[in-house]
Design a protein around this ligand. Structure first.
Ligand code: PLP
Length: 411
């Protein structure tokens, strides 16, 4: 039996409890959607004020040099590297996840000429699949995207596989791939791997170097809390950096942008994957948001995340047994990312009813109610509130109203 007392005791003993202070969380809101848009870290507004009013307002163009604007993609990349076990100088922050994936898919196909296939799975986020098939078409020859079921990936890697491109944590189910095992399997078959860490970065320890990953991308507005549309990031293992090329050969990836040469020469190292002018306002917000991870042991984050998910599943079974919810995520916490999905035929309307009560998760077609648990600010006792609201909404059929049944543009 899970009680309010159990949960309060866990909060009192939580070694990450002090991190909640690092975020602005609106009164009256229980937030379970940090896996889609992280909340506002407290240090961001002051940083934005400085960047806008002092650096831009007063410094004007001088700030490219005097305020370190040019260094931001690598500086922020270096901070992200420490969260994902990447070598120094192997990550830059730039562009969107989709654009970075395009750069890396093209780069990876060129690293592995003669093999036609990009292998991915049907649990991948659609943009990843769209981008890969777009890249395959542009490169031409007989390149193609092959999509298999998530559990069949390892088996499907073979002599025609050029690139295995996967998202580590399935956005819908939270099911996690074994990054180390699949990477090893791909390498044994002569393939390159690209991991998308959109739902892993900031949610759990990741060991890109230890898993010998070749290439990776990740998102910064989810568990990194970098703000809406925050610049994403891109990783190239040091052993590949001299041989891989970005297909987006913009001037800021040039060896000497301010020489204004007519011919393109790639910068050394990861910098060649920068394309155009960095988004300074967004990068500065992301840089400030990363302060929320200062001194945080990612192993504690993972342990709390698993505990939150397990307790949520336990409470749903205890309190909502007859409400018709299915479990859309692995029950085994070690096989799950930092989210738990419930399924219900009326999932959309139920989620809208929850949101109208200030309890925010999200919905993913066709029937998934998704709840992200972000250990830096989630409290164990928040689970009591979440399940209590769900119980009331189901018992009274509060969800069954026109305003909750009508679909909005962003779900
Ligand atoms: C969130 C997410 C993206 C987002 O891509 P954008 O280019 O930032 O819109 C991409 N891939 C995965 C797996 C995601 O979860």
């Amino acid at each position: 039996m899970i009680t309010q007392t159990t949960l309060a005791a866990l909060d009192a003993a939580d070694p990450l409890a002090h991190c909640r202070e690092r975020f602005h969380l609106p009164d009256g809101v229980l937030y379970f959607d940090g896996n889609s848009l992280g909340p506002l870290p407290r240090g961001v507004p002051a940083r934005m004020k400085t960047v806008v009013e002092e650096q831009w307002g007063e410094g004007l163009i001088r700030s490219w040099n005097t305020a370190g604007w040019m260094d931001l993609p690598a500086r922020v990349g270096g901070r992200i590297a420490s969260l994902v076990g990447a070598e120094p100088g192997s990550i830059i922050s730039a562009d969107s996840t989709s654009v970075n994936l395009f750069k890396l898919v093209c780069a990876a196909l060129a690293l592995n000429p003669g093999r036609p296939e990009i292998l991915s799975d049907s649990g991948n986020f659609p943009t990843d699949l769209y981008v890969a098939s777009g890249a395959a078409q542009i490169i031409g020859r007989d390149h193609r995207l092959k999509v298999v079921e998530p559990q069949d990936v390892a088996e499907a890697i073979g002599p025609s596989t050029a690139v295995v491109m996967l998202t580590h944590v399935d956005y819908r189910t939270g099911q996690m791939h074994d990054m180390e095992a699949i990477t090893a399997r791909a390498h044994a078959a002569g393939a390159i791997v690209i991991w998308d860490l959109a739902h892993s970065t900031g949610a759990m320890p990741v060991d890109l170097a230890g898993c010998k990953v070749d290439l990776a991308v990740g998102c910064s507005y989810k568990y990194l809390n970098g703000g809406p549309g925050a610049p994403a990031w891109l990783y190239v293992a040091p052993r590949h950096q001299a041989a891989v090329h970005s297909p987006l050969t913009g001037w800021l990836g040039h060896a000497a942008p301010f020489a204004f040469d007519l011919g393109y020469r790639p910068a050394d190292g990861i910098a060649r994957f920068i394309c155009g002018t960095p988004n300074i306002l967004s990068l500065a917000a992301l840089d400030a948001s990363l302060d929320a991870f200062d001194g945080v042991d990612m192993r504690l984050v993972r342990a709390k995340s698993i505990r939150l998910g397990d307790l949520f599943i336990g409470l749903v079974e205890q309190e909502l047994g007859a409400a018709g919810f299915g479990l859309g995520s692995p029950r085994d916490g070690t096989a799950r990312g930092s989210q738990v999905s419930l399924t219900h035929p009326q999932g959309y309307a139920i989620m809208q009813a929850l949101i109208s009560r200030g309890v925010i998760g999200d919905f993913r077609a066709p029937d998934v109610l998704r709840f992200g648990f972000c250990p830096l600010y989630a409290r164990f006792s928040d689970l009591w509130g979440l399940v209590g609201h769900l119980r009331e909404i189901m018992a009274t059929e509060e969800w069954n109203q026109e305003m909750f049944l009508r679909r909005a543009r962003v779900t």
